[in-house]
Design a protein around this ligand. Structure first.
Ligand code: ADP
Ligand code: ZN
Ligand code: ZN
Length: 833
């Protein structure tokens, strides 16, 4: 028997044939993670398939298994192939996505004697046995340092065959070892008191006293006690415990504990509400998708529902139905830290059954979650795109919440796959249901739904929620409060009215403040009514850049060449691409003038302006500078939900699905930032973020309103956002895309080359452009070349970036074979910046 193995050695990108040693013949399966030799190295690889015949005359053996069970399922292997083909990335890099964290690191083997008296037949064997008897179990790499490598490995083979030595594949310690705690308990059922004649050591010695105290703790506790605690209470040590163990008084054991990333998150178990009539109609369309018909995959569902229309409730139902059928569900969210409310709703509905995956898990937590999922102990997995690759035994459902979100697309490293597209492909391979949900579906997805490649299900109305929160508010406000309770359990609410305010007019009429007179009035009214406001700042593309009022020179990051943002505290300039900081410029290096000023507004200025205008208002700022870790996001959010602040000032991150009952005003400080970036998705992105942020207002019986401040009130994306008109935006944007030849009408492939020398980058790009042009002409298709040109963000991290873009119906055809070293490829990029 032979195995085809994809070898994980970065410059090697192929698959190779290995033969199976007899002990593996019966055990090896596709998906096994194995160790093979490659040249002189031992490397990891993934078994792709088993073969009767090798295609090469001479093969090396598969050396060992990293884990007893296959690490990848057959469907995961198929998915990796799909990702490899669609993203033009070597297969092994796609397989590596699915190899659990930690396992993909260096693997080793642990050797352990099976009996104390293992007979050795040679001197070399005796050396190995002696070492293991003295030191206890050791890993291969440790033994390598102590005994001649060739020799001890040969001895080990023989000893294993004779049954004297046990060999276990282990992972690189210590990060991803299962976490274990050592417990101690009494060997005999606990007595009330210890017999005084018990010999615990030399009578009267300190050791004897310590050991006695240890036993006393164990008698008192009656249950196994963690050893650290025993030491803490008794002053004893491991040696004392061993002494008690030798006397047959104490039994030591190890228990595995899970490192639980949820340990710090609080939630209250929740019941499902009755569905509204809209939800019932949607649910009846979705339910048939959850019935498994062997050999067929249902169409993915696009659940298009306005903000607050009850989409999450539908996901919860679908997960419930999936679990009831004995299968598991994956729920993708754009970013765990920014969607704490969604995450909590899953935890509350399925307590004890949810595994969370996020980027800030330690590798130990990740590994533990991975193993529990594989065992089927966590049938619901919630996380960002990488949660797709968690091994569940029988996946019945994949949900992609806020499916338009760009963070689903991997942009930084290969393979540059899209979580949404990959979810659909995976569901197809699994025969599982797939639900994509959004209030503002991306154009490509909606286009597919219109072409009936997806089933479109809509929730057209917003649900009025939060009666309980409002009862509390009414109690606080007294009988004069504005809230009137309604009869029915769920009702619908209007989306909040949106006012577009022309900031050019404000300036002409002498208002130079960041806030229009409309917004100031609305803030006053909101604060007077003891309600809450959100002020939103779209930071993408523009920041509070510093420029010279005399000549127009702009302060740029010396490494990235993008305008640096001014931060009033501590009065410095920062690059938001690479983190570079410097003091602010006093004198213009271009003209020598001293009128270098910052322009535009950051969250800090908005916050300062609120505090200046409304000294009694409590403000809270939520952006990447105030919060990094998931707990920090939660603290800020909870603080605001508890109404310990009146005004929340934030960036894009506050637009992601927050449900804040007391927010009755959303002010967008400048709606048009980002609108004029040289990118085909600029308008779409702006429309999406404005619709989402507007959706934060008026989610309760208190109602609400939105004020969008802009210098371009006539722009169709802003007009559509102000009317909550998805269909209108979609129509107009689609027309533009067709005229300009952009997706979804044509596909794009972006090739980027980065180099510390701008000339080198330019040369490489021009050379690539020439080669591709020649190939395109020879092929005679309709694919065209855009560029070569420097990227919009021309310098990133000290390297100059140039790009070449292929555009056409089948742009991948022009790219057969590996790219030259140094090129990055992005198929169907979400941004050309
Ligand atoms: P979306 O995911 O579309 O934003 P949600 O599922 O978060 O919508 O629902 C919006 C609000 O309505 C939430 O406060 C939710 O608890 C509430 N809600 C959803 N479905 C129902 C229902 N069937 N009955 C009562 N309240 C509901
Ligand atoms: Zn100047
Ligand atoms: Zn920079």
């Amino acid at each position: 028997m032979y195995a085809e193995v994809a070898v994980n050695l970065p410059p090697v990108r192929g698959t190779f044939h290995y033969h199976l040693p007899p002990d593996l013949e019966a055990r090896l399966q596709p998906g096994h993670l194995v160790i093979v030799s490659f040249g002189q190295q031992r490397v990891q690889g993934v078994v792709l398939r088993l073969l009767e015949q090798a295609e090469v005359p001479e093969t090396k053996p598969v050396l060992e298994l990293v884990e007893d069970a296959p690490v990848l399922t057959a469907t995961q292997l198929a998915l990796a192939r799909w990702i490899s083909q669609t993203s033009l990335t070597p297969l092994i890099e796609c397989l590596t996505l699915m190899v659990p964290p930690g396992l993909a690191q260096r693997a080793d083997t642990e050797y352990r004697l099976t009996a104390a008296e293992t007979p050795a037949k040679t001197e070399a064997e005796a050396r190995l046995v002696g070492l293991l008897a003295r030191r206890g179990p050791l890993r291969g790499r440790q033994i390598d340092r102590l005994l001649p490598r060739q020799e001890w490995r040969r001895s080990a083979e023989h000893l294993v065959r004779r049954g004297g030595l046990q060999r276990t594949p282990v992972l690189d310690p210590p990060k991803v070892r299962p976490k274990r705690v050592r417990n101690a308990r009494l060997a005999q059922p606990p007595h009330e008191t210890l017999p005084p004649e018990l010999a615990l050591g030399r009578p009267g010695s300190a050791a004897e006293a310590r050991r006695r105290r240890m036993l006393e703790v164990l008698v008192r506790e009656r249950e196994p006690v963690e050893t650290f605690w025993l030491y803490a209470e008794s002053g004893g040590t491991l040696a004392d415990l061993h002494a008690l163990e030798e006397r047959g008084l104490v039994v030591l054991s190890e228990a595995e504990v899970w490192r639980d990333p949820l340990a710090g998150i609080s939630f209250v178990a929740a019941q499902a509400p009755q569905l509204t009539s809209d939800q019932t109609a949607a649910w009846e369309r979705i339910l048939p998708h959850l019935d498994r018909v062997p050999g067929s995959a249902p169409l993915p569902v696009l659940l298009h529902g306005v903000t607050g229309s009850g989409k999450t409730e539908i996901y919860l139902r679908a997960v419930e139905a999936t679990l009831a059928a004995g299968r598991q569900a994956i729920v993708l969210v754009p970013e765990i830290a920014l969607t704490p409310q969604t995450v909590r709703r899953f935890l509350a509905r399925f307590p004890g059954q949810v595994g969370l995956i996020h980027s800030q898990l330690s590798s130990g937590e990740r590994y533990d979650t991975w193993r529990r999922c594989r065992q089927g102990a966590l049938p619901v997995v919630v996380g960002p795109r990488s949660a797709l690759f968690v091994p569940l035994p029988s996946i019945g459902l994949i949900v992609v919440d806020e499916c338009h979100d760009e963070s689903y697309k991997e942009q930084a490293t290969a393979p540059r796959y899209h979580g949404r597209e990959t979810a659909m492909a995976y569901a197809r391979l699994l025969g599982a249901a797939c639900i994509l949900g959004s209030a503002t579906p991306d154009l490509d997805t909606y286009f597919k739904a219109a072409a009936q490649q997806l089933e479109l299900v809509t929730l057209p109305q917003r649900i009025l929620g939060h009666r309980r929160v409002l009862d509390a508010q009414r109690r606080r406000l007294g009988a004069g409060g504005r809230y009137k309770p309604a009869e029915a359990d769920a009702e619908y609410a209007d989306l909040p009215p949106v006012t577009l305010v022309d900031m050019r007019k404000e300036l002409r009429e002498g208002n130079t403040s960041l806030f229009s007179r409309d917004l100031i009035r609305a803030l006053h009214a909101t604060l007077d009514a003891q309600q809450q406001a959100i002020l939103f700042l779209n930071r993408r593309g523009t920041a509070t850049h510093m420029f010279c009022r005399d000549c127009g020179w702009v302060l740029r990051c010396p490494r990235c060449d993008v305008p640096m943002a001014y931060h009033s505290q501590p009065g410095e300039a920062r690059c938001h691409r690479c983190g570079y900081r410097r003091s602010t410029a006093k004198v213009c290096p271009n003209c020598g003038g001293d009128r270098v000023r910052h322009f535009g507004a950051g969250t800090q200025q908005v916050q300062a302006e609120v505090e200046r205008l409304f000294p009694r208002a409590q403000t809270l700022r939520w952006d990447r500078d105030t919060a990094h870790a998931p707990e920090q996001h939660l603290v800020i959010l909870d603080h605001f939900i508890d109404h310990r602040a009146d005004v929340l000032v934030g960036t894009q991150m506050i637009a992601k699905g927050l449900d804040l009952p007391l927010v009755t005003l959303v002010g967008v400080v400048l709606a048009d930032t980002g609108l004029n970036l040289p990118d085909f998705r600029a308008a779409e992105r702006t429309f999406q973020v404005l619709s989402q942020v507007a959706g934060r207002a008026g989610r309760s019986p208190l109602g609400g309103r939105v004020i969008l401040q802009t210098y371009q009130p006539e722009h169709y994306a802003l007009q559509a956002a102000a009317r909550h008109d998805y269909a209108g935006f979609y129509r107009q944007e689609l027309e533009k895309r067709r005229d300009l030849g952009y997706p979804p009408y044509r596909r794009l492939v972006r090739l980027v080359y980065a180099h510390t020398s701008s000339q080198a980058a330019e040369r490489a790009a021009i050379e690539m452009g020439r080669r591709l042009q020649a190939r395109l002409q020879a092929a005679g298709g309709s694919t065209e070349l855009i560029g070569p040109a420097p990227c919009f963000f021309e310098r990133v991290g000290g390297r100059y970036r140039w790009q070449v873009i292929l555009r056409g119906q089948r742009p991948l055809d022009a790219l057969q074979g590996p790219l030259p070293e140094g090129w990055q490829i992005d198929v169907d990029p979400v941004s050309l910046l």
